[in-house]
Design a protein around this ligand. Structure first.
Ligand code: MG
Length: 375
């Protein structure tokens, strides 16, 4: 089968801006495939299995974890990348790595850690994902981190405050100059949104926190549910939910590909440098974008602020803050590796330690530190 031609505006592994530490070129795979492979073999990637998005890990086995979320993001992102003739391997690498820096307990954990770290430079999960692949993974003889290509690192750093951007050098530049990352990174970014909006609907209903009648208020859901019900009037509720979500995802992906192809055609970028200077080229059509925003709003009000979610979040937040304060007041409580590192910057070493924890490890560590009958 002839190899697929990449579009001229795709990121090209042979023209990568390279890695921090020079390495011999990979054999039998591209530079971006190597990035992807290193991410899959990392410790932080394996831990995603026991970290959560909305539901805490022990609440049930059927909910998405950050690992299954990242796999869904990678799958969606790859189909879009393939349709637009972008580099699938880079897209996949960014998608698989995008959540590596997430704390235990989803956004609550991140907010709690950020609040603890406010006097010490703050905590941003995107920046932490970059820190994982640049510094924290320690598995290669010659360097710290995974030594990924510039393009993968640029894609992983989705947001960044100007203050941190200034400290970051090459990958921070675009936040100061208001430039965009590769189209591959833009695809992975929107695929993240598509994935979580849809799986949160699915998990929300599964958990009993949302029901289909409520969701009938959301235009994009209602529209697809109506079609399914018309075609299959006697369909069971669970299949109805799957069919509706499946069709929503299909609509979003199809719209994203069509609208982005049109925007790319209009701007006519000749290469990745043009992409970096252009406005965001990967985007939904205005109508679908508005429908997505309405879905997001619905989830925020009805799922993320549901009292049962808020109760669990409050507990999670107390655990993270208590761990942080305990370690900060006595860094001798840290395991040897982190104790060593805490000598130069205790708050940062503690934040790295906590951010690396899975949900259940954080719960266990909290018990070990605070329950007198635990060791
Ligand atoms: Mg994500």
């Amino acid at each position: 089968m002839p190899e697929r031609e990449l579009a001229p505006y795709a990121a090209r592994p042979e023209r990568s801006r390279g890695r921090h530490y020079r390495e011999p070129p990979p054999r039998g795979r591209s530079e971006y495939q190597r990035d992807r492979d290193r991410i899959v073999h990392s410790t932080a990637f394996r831990r995603l299995e026991y970290k959560t998005q909305v539901f805490v890990n022990h609440e049930g086995d059927l909910f998405r974890t950050r690992l299954t979320h990242s796999l869904e993001v990678a799958q969606l992102a790859r189909s879009v990348a393939r349709s637009l003739n972008l580099d699938e391997d880079l897209t996949e690498a960014v998608a698989l790595a995008h959540d590596l820096g997430h704390t235990p307990f989803g956004h609550t954990g991140q907010d709690a850690l950020n609040a603890c770290m406010r006097p010490y430079g703050g905590f941003e999960h995107n920046l932490q994902s970059l820190r994982v692949v640049d510094v924290l993974e320690q598995r290669y003889a010659d360097f710290d981190g995974l030594n990924l290509t510039f393009e993968a690192r640029e894609g992983i750093l989705k947001h960044c405050s100007p203050r941190n951007a200034r400290l970051l050098g090459d990958v921070g530049e675009r936040f100061l100059k208001k430039k965009r990352p590769s189209l591959e990174a833009q695809v992975a970014n929107i695929a993240d949104e598509i994935a979580y909006n849809n799986h949160d609907v699915d998990d929300g209903v599964r958990s009993g926190l949302l029901d289909l009648e409520q969701l009938a208020e959301v235009k994009i859901f209602a529209r697809h549910m109506k079609v399914v019900l018309r075609e299959y009037p006697r369909i069971a509720p669970r299949r109805l939910r799957y069919e509706t979500v499946r069709r929503m995802i299909d609509t979003l992906i199809t719209d994203l590909i069509r609208a982005s192809a049109e925007t790319i055609r209009r701007h006519g970028p000749h290469g990745i440098d043009d992409v970096r200077c252009a406005p965001a080229l990967i985007a939904f059509s205005p109508r679908i974008r508005d429908e997505c925003l309405a879905l997001k709003r619905f989830l925020r009000e009805n799922l993320y602020r549901h009292y049962r979610v808020v109760r669990m979040s409050a507990k999670a937040s107390r655990i993270v803050s208590a761990l942080f304060q305990a370690f900060l007041s006595d860094p001798r409580l840290l395991p040897p590796d982190f104790k060593e590192r805490s000598r130069s910057d205790a708050p940062r070493a503690i934040a790295d330690y906590i951010a690396g924890m899975t949900d259940r490890y954080a719960i266990l560590e909290h018990r070990r530190l605070f329950a007198i009958d635990e060791t």
